[in-house]
Structures are given as structure tokens and as C-alpha cells.
Design a protein around this ligand. Structure first.
Ligand code: ZN
Length: 68
């Protein structure tokens, strides 16, 4: 099952949830609200945040080989 990241609209806390389908309803583990917003990929969100010190997007010298 894929792991999705959500943010509760009621209490504002982020949480992860394993779901069978992306559109499955989830409930907040903190306040039990089902009013949660599915977040975009954490991998996409982290790109560019800490790569300023490296020439490659992933920060590894071998990153560019075979992956353009
Ligand atoms: Zn909540």
C-alpha cells in the first residue's frame, strides 16, 4: 500500500496514512477529524530546499549518470 502524507484541516497537524487508494477517506490521528488534505510528494517538496551546495539536484556526484 502506498503511504500518503496528509495535513489535518481541523487541527493543522501533519500525519502519514497507508491507504489502498489515493481517494480513500482518512481520519486525523490527533483529533479524529476526516477533514484532511492530502499533501504533495515530500520528495518533490524537498528538492531545491537543500541542494544549493551541490551541482547535482540530488546532491550526489553520480546522480547525473543515466538519469537526465
Ligand atoms: Zn486533526
Amino acid at each position: 500500500m502506498p503511504l500518503f502524507e496528509y495535513k489535518c484541516r481541523e487541527c493543522g497537524k501533519p500525519f502519514d496514512e497507508l491507504v489502498n487508494h489515493a481517494d480513500d477517506p482518512v481520519s486525523c490521528p490527533f483529533c479524529k477529524s476526516t477533514n484532511a488534505e492530502k499533501q504533495l510528494s515530500v520528495f518533490a517538496a524537498s528538492v531545491g530546499g537543500s541542494s544549493s551546495a551541490s551541482a547535482t539536484p540530488c546532491g550526489q556526484p553520480s546522480c547525473g549518470s543515466g538519469f537526465a
